[in-house]
Write a protein that binds this ligand. Structure first.
Ligand code: G6P
Length: 626
């Protein structure tokens, strides 16, 4: 939610900042802005800024028309997902102090901004925007005027702010310095050769360096051309960040010949799942987590599991519940992170809370994690982002290895979350002695075979694309699309509907197929498309029979049924209007395959409707506000 970049170094500052914003634009794209500080050979240093409502391209068009004969010495840039104030030029960041000497950008929400604004207005300051951010710019300007030290001024300002914020600031008369601060919002430092980066996440600077420093909570960082990086706490005491290396490949941040990032990321799924599984089993057959700050005995003591997440990650959690309960016989509940702590769930030392977050920064999930820890529960994180807050604050971590996911609608992150969740379920079963090594390795063999099967599904996507195009072309053909499933097919139905809502802006709903007759079936009209996720007819034939009945129920009321079923499933083929076949798989692992056609269905339908695939309206990829 909001992308932030800062840079000090010898490269073209405006190019580095804009390039960083381009890579962070998935975090928000309501407006964009930059502030650049120039140090001419003669005369005083000075600050210039530009900001524009809408996508980054609008800002770039303004910058392209400017004279670049003098390169800036340092700069900051911002891409916004609006919280306070509509997306507009005046609400776009950066914001300036009253004297115009300080320029500041912000990600998060300053909760006490109302009271601070009243105080500042009473002192004669005139506000130029509706944002909460502007109070921080004015406060910083006032403090900077005291001693001309940007780091000291930022320290004093942070002591007055409440809420969640990452702030970056530059001063007109200090062209070699960018100061950043973070509380409950992400900020990482990139360490180059004589050049330094600040950013919401590493994607902004991996084209230049893979060496990074992770900052802790309530820290202030100063990057200076001469002095490098210094870190201190909000209390003013010297502190340190934690160095780490980034193994994301810059190629992952490019479209690589695909029309959209999402299309590319769908195609990367076999590799991403294979990478996530690779090397996760040691020579004794035990599953290896990345960071474990809890003992095997702690795992054995667990008597209840909660899975907590948002959006697509929540759907991965819903699938995992079936696997964990089946493999470990431990009760498992799945909760939306935004509801978790308000419900006051019953948690104690023997509860394991699994938090799933691609970004590792989702505020709802982070707050749920902290609530769980306050109640003494153990927390295990599944995340795609090394150096992010959620893994850092958890007791154990398993990283997915999806690489950078740029498209706002999540695809490869979801499949890798499933793979990681299956590993966690097997780990629990192993540590608690519920499954023997050979039973675990039989499931692992199936998991290891999954990437090859996902690749087969991807090779065979043209029929579902054609169905999507036909629906888009038919008058009112896709006004409403329903998705139904049973068992693990139910969360897959929810995920299919979410993808379609996110991308195509259509009314799409996912239902447990058995629940349809209790109300939602009244939505069906002549020609309503219903996508049915059909379980394998082998092994779970009862489930299969039941969903065939549900297909008949909707067809009897005029629905047009598209069934996602196992290859060779002649019964489903005889009932559905269209079928898309996926390779045979154990029921619990089938979501790794059945989700993929639904992703393609959504992207193709949305493209046919002319939607923005990678940056759907109103959304952001990393939601760092509650
Ligand atoms: C946002 C994104 C979703 C994502 C959700 C959770 O809403 O638009 O695609 O699933 O956040 O994100 P996380 O990073 O915690 O997995």
């Amino acid at each position: 939610m909001c992308g932030i970049v800062g840079y000090v170094g010898a490269r073209s500052v405006v190019d580095v900042v804009i390039d960083g914003l381009r890579r962070l634009e998935y975090r928000g794209y309501d407006s964009a802005g930059v502030a650049l500080v120039y140090a001419p050979e003669t005369g005083e240093p000075y600050l210039e800024f530009d900001k524009k409502a809408g996508k980054l391209a609008n800002l770039e068009a303004v910058l392209d028309g400017q004279d670049r004969s003098l390169e800036a010495a340092c700069g900051i840039g911002h891409t916004r997902w609006a919280t306070h104030g509509v997306p507009s030029d005046r609400n776009a960041h950066p914001h300036l102090s009253a004297d115009g000497r300080i320029s500041l950008i912000h990600n998060g929400i300053i909760e006490n901004f109302g009271q601070l604004r009243v105080e500042l207005e009473a002192s004669g300051i005139e506000f130029l925007s509706d944002t909460d951010t502007e109070v921080a710019a004015h406060l910083l300007g006032r403090e900077y005027a005291v001693d001309g030290d940007l780091t000291e001024a930022m320290t004093r300002v942070c002591a007055r702010l409440e809420g969640a914020f990452t702030l970056l600031a530059v001063a007109a008369d200090d062209p070699d310095t960018v100061v950043g601060a973070r509380r409950n919002s992400p900020l990482v430092v990139g360490l180059g050769d004589g050049e330094y980066f600040l950013a919401s996440d590493v994607a902004a600077f991996i084209a230049y360096t893979t060496e990074a420093i992770e900052l802790g909570q309530d820290q202030i960082v100063t990057i200076n051309r001469e002095n490098g990086i210094t870190v201190r706490g909000f209390d003013g005491q010297p502190s340190e960040g934690k160095p780490f290396s980034v193994d994301w490949d810059i190629a992952a941040a490019e479209k690589g010949g695909f029309e959209t990032f999402m299309a590319k990321e769908i195609h990367e799924q076999p590799q991403a799942v294979a990478d996530t599984l690779r090397g996760r089993i040691d020579e004794t057959g035990q599953i290896v987590l990345d960071e474990v700050r809890m003992s095997d005995q702690d795992f054995r003591d667990i008597d209840k599991v909660f899975i907590v997440a948002c959006g697509t990650s929540y759907h991965a959690g819903l699938v995992t519940k079936y696997a964990i309960e089946h493999w470990t016989r431990i009760p498992c509940e799945v909760e939306l992170a935004s509801e978790f702590r308000y419900r006051d769930p019953v948690l104690d030392r023997s509860t394991l809370v699994v938090v799933i977050s691609q970004s590792g920064e989702t505020m709802d999930t982070l707050m749920a994690l902290r609530h769980a820890k306050d109640q003494k529960a153990r927390v295990l994180a599944i995340s795609n982002t090394v150096g992010s807050t959620i893994p850092r604050e958890s007791d154990a971590v398993l990283y997915t290895r999806a690489g950078i996911e740029v498209a706002v609608a999540s695809t490869k992150a979801f499949l890798t979350q499933l793979a990681a969740c299956y590993l966690v379920g097997l780990h629990l079963a192993q540590v608690r002695g519920i499954k023997y090594a050979d039973e675990v390795s039989a499931i692992l063999d199936e998991l290891v075979a999954a990437p090859g099967k996902i690749a087969k599904v991807i090779e065979n996507l043209e029929p579902i694309r054609q169905m999507a195009r036909d629906l888009a072309a038919a008058e009112d053909g896709a006004a409403r699309v329903l998705f139904i499933g049973r068992h693990v097919g139910y969360p897959v139905a929810l995920e299919g509907a979410l993808k379609l809502k996110e991308l195509a802006y259509l009314h799409a709903e996912g239902f447990a197929a058995g629940e349809l007759k209790h109300g939602p079936i009244s939505l069906i009209e002549d020609g309503t498309p219903v996508v049915a996720i059909v379980p394998s007819p082998r092994g779970r034939s009862l489930l299969h029979d039941k969903i065939i009945s549900n297909i008949q129920e909707v067809k009897a009321r005029g629905a047009k049924v598209i069934a996602i079923c196992e290859e060779g499933d002649a019964i489903t083929a005889s009932h559905a209007d269209f079928t898309v076949e996926t390779p045979a798989s154990p029921t619990l692992l089938a979501p790794l395959l059945t989700t993929v056609p639904l992703q393609e269905f959504a992207i193709e339908l949305a493209m046919a409707l002319g939607r923005d695939i990678d940056q759907p309206r109103n959304l952001a990829k990393s939601v760092t506000v509650e």
